[in-house]
Design a binder for this molecule. Structure first.
Ligand code: CA
Length: 329
């Protein structure tokens, strides 16, 4: 009897929490938290794992956070939802904490994924390269030091149909669709990101200034993403390191202006209207051929001049010595 009462109280608490979450609407849209894509404390972990989520690589779960990597070198870790998303329009809001001992040197960052593949570790912030779907990347370390580079941490999105390579040495700027600079590391308050996909529009917003308000990072129209992909988070450290923690993930089903479209949404191929070409970036360290030729010619003239000068003075000196010797004989 007592057990039944306790169960009933537990159910009530869950319902109250659920009702409260469902009320967190924005823009007057009908939004609903979907528990199967959500990760909130207490994580309910047991020896059998956390319901709806897989952990691979260096990922550890505590009662306060899911740590994708700790502040140690050469780690890859990921957190993957086990249920494919059935909804065409959605918003994922997640709380994270990137922190570590490094003052100037730290990295590499982490990413949120909505992809066909799951549970594969790899070189792109702990996930596989040539992925299929969406990656929202929070890159904390600037690898690239040329034109068009950004101040880091830098948040950007990449849409891939499986054919594009993420170029770490260029911080992925040749495949980035949009982005913003955001100071989000080593904060002693809560930091959040929201990724909204509605009516073929992708909007990424941040709440990293302790203002408890969303600030738009970027928004892109004509983004095509199918249903039935998986939500994941991954992080990696290399020579540089940081703790990359995911605190919570909330998935909201959004009202869909596309629900009457006579198409199978699961067959859509990921694409963007401004699908990035693999732009040739001019590296400042490598000047253009024209300037290289001018530089070589200039250096050659100086060297030839020096050699001629040495020969001229050498010969004069020799002649002078010879004449002096002649006078003595
Ligand atoms: Ca980077």
């Amino acid at each position: 009897m007592l057990l039944n009462k306790l169960k009933f109280v537990n159910l009530l608490i869950v319902l109250v929490i659920f009702a409260k979450e469902s009320l967190q609407n924005r823009d007057g849209l009908s939004e609903l938290l979907r528990r199967e894509h959500t990760l909130i404390k207490p994580y309910g972990g047991s020896s059998a794992g956390v319901p709806f989520w897989d952990f691979i690589g260096s990922t550890i779960v505590s009662n306060k956070f899911v740590r994708l990597t700790s502040d140690s070198q050469s780690l890859q870790g990921a957190l993957w939802n086990t249920i494919p998303v059935e909804y065409t329009d959605w918003e994922i809001q997640f709380q994270f904490h990137v922190h570590g001992h490094g003052k100037d040197l730290f990295g590499d960052g982490f990413a949120m994924w909505y992809t066909k593949e799951r549970n594969i570790l790899g070189p792109v912030f702990g996930n596989k390269d040539y992925f299929t779907g969406l990656g929202v990347i929070l890159d904390t370390y600037a690898n690239y030091n040329g034109p068009n580079n950004h101040v880091h941490p830098y948040i950007s999105a990449m849409i891939n149909n499986g054919s594009l390579h993420y170029d770490h040495d260029k911080d992925g700027i040749n495949t980035a669709l949009g982005g913003c600079e955001a100071s989000l590391r080593n904060k002693d308050y809560d930091t959040f990101l929201a990724v909204r996909y509605q009516n073929y529009k992708l909007t990424v917003s941040t709440d990293v200034d302790n203002k408890n308000a969303w600030k738009e990072c970027f928004s892109i129209d004509n983004i095509k993403l199918p249903t039935k992909y998986f939500i994941g988070f991954s992080a990696a450290t290399g020579d540089l390191s940081d703790n990359h923690d995911v605190i919570s993930v909330k998935f909201y089903k959004l009202e869909s202006p596309r629900k009457n479209e006579p198409i199978d949404h699961s067959l859509i191929e990921p694409s963007a209207a401004s699908f990035p070409e693999q732009k040739e970036l001019v590296d400042e360290a490598k000047p253009s051929t024209f300037w290289r030729i001018i530089k070589i010619m200039f250096i050659s003239i100086i060297v030839i001049g020096l050699v001629l000068g040495v020969l001229y003075f050498g010969y004069n000196f020799y002649e002078k010595q010879r004449r002096t010797k002649k006078r003595f004989y």
